[in-house]
Design a protein around this ligand. Structure first.
Ligand code: PRT
Ligand code: MG
Length: 214
C-alpha cells in the first residue's frame, strides 16, 4: 500500500492545520503538544504526520522524506524552494515581516543620510533583498532566536522579524518602522511524490484548497 507522509511543525501551524486536515477526512491520533512522538498516525491507515522544526519542513519535503508539508512563506523564502511544488496559499499562521528599531532610534534619518546600519535577523535572505531593493548598505548579523534583544543591548540598530499582534515589540520598547511583506503558510509538495502518488495526494490538495478561508 502506498502511504502519504505530511510534515508539520508544532504550535500555530499544527493548530491551524487541524481544520484543513479535517476537511480532507484526516484526524491525527495524538496531539504533538502532549505526546513526544515524532511520527503520529491518523484515522486513515495510509496517512501519517511527522513533527518537525518549522524551518526544517521544506527540507523534509524537498528530499521526499515527507510527501507534503506546511510551511511559512518566511521559511520557504529562506529555504529557496528547490524541489518543491507550492500549490496553495493556505492563509493560516498569518503575520508580517517587518523592520523594527528601538523607540529612540531615528530610522528615517539613518535612511535619509545613507547610514550603514547593523541589522540582526534569522531571515538573512529576506533582509538582504529588502535593504538591497531600498539601495541601503547594511551589515547583517545572523541570529537564531529572540531578535528583539539585539537592539536593546547594542548588537544591532534594527531587526527584521515576524510581527503578529505587535505585543513582543511593545514589551521590549521597539517600534515597527517598515513592513517588508505579508506572511502566511503554504502547502508544499515533493515534485516526485506528486507524479508517483497523484491519486493519493490530489484529493488531499483539493480538500485543503476547498477549506481555505481567505
Ligand atoms: O520556534 P522554532 O525556532 O522551531 O521555529 P519558529 O519560531 O519559526 O516556529 P513557529 O511554530 O513559532 O512559527 C511557525 C510559522 O508561523 C513561522 O514560520 C511563521 O510563518 C508563522 N508565524 C505567524 C509566526 C508568527 N505568526 C509570530 N508571531 N512565527 C513567529 N512569530 C513570533 C515572532 O518571531 C516574534 O518573536 O512571535 C513573536 C511576535 O509575535 P507578536 O504577536 O508579539 O507580534
Ligand atoms: Mg517559535
Amino acid at each position: 500500500m502506498s502511504t502519504v507522509t505530511l510534515a508539520l511543525s508544532k504550535g500555530r501551524i499544527f493548530e491551524e492545520t487541524l481544520p484543513l486536515l479535517a476537511a480532507a477526512g484526516i484526524v491525527p491520533q495524538e496531539n504533538p503538544e502532549e505526546s513526544r512522538k515524532l511520527i503520529i498516525g491518523t484515522n486513515r491507515p495510509e496517512v501519517r504526520l511527522v513533527i518537525v522544526r518549522a524551518s526544517d519542513t521544506p527540507t523534509y519535503v524537498q528530499y521526499g522524506a515527507a510527501d507534503m508539508g506546511i510551511a511559512g512563506k518566511d521559511v520557504l523564502i529562506e529555504h529557496g524552494g528547490a524541489g518543491l511544488y507550492q500549490p496553495i496559499d493556505l492563509a493560516i499562521a498569518k503575520c508580517r515581516m517587518s523592520v523594527a528599531v528601538r523607540e529612540d532610534f531615528d530610522y528615517a534619518a539613518a535612511v535619509q543620510r545613507g547610514a550603514r546600519i547593523k541589522v540582526a535577523s534569522k531571515y538573512i535572505k529576506i533582509a538582504r533583498e529588502h535593504f538591497a531593493s531600498k539601495g541601503m548598505h547594511v551589515d547583517l548579523i545572523k541570529l537564531y532566536g529572540s531578535m528583539e534583544l539585539a537592539p536593546l543591548v547594542g548588537l544591532a540598530d534594527a531587526i527584521v522579524d515576524l510581527v503578529s499582534t505587535g505585543g513582543t515589540l511593545r514589551a521590549n520598547k521597539l517600534v515597527e518602522v517598515e513592513q517588508v511583506m505579508p506572511i502566511s503558510s503554504r502547502l508544499i509538495v515533493n515534485q516526485a511524490s506528486l507524479k508517483l502518488k497523484r491519486e493519493l495526494l490530489q484529493p488531499v490538495i483539493e480538500a485543503f484548497a476547498g477549506a481555505v478561508k481567505p
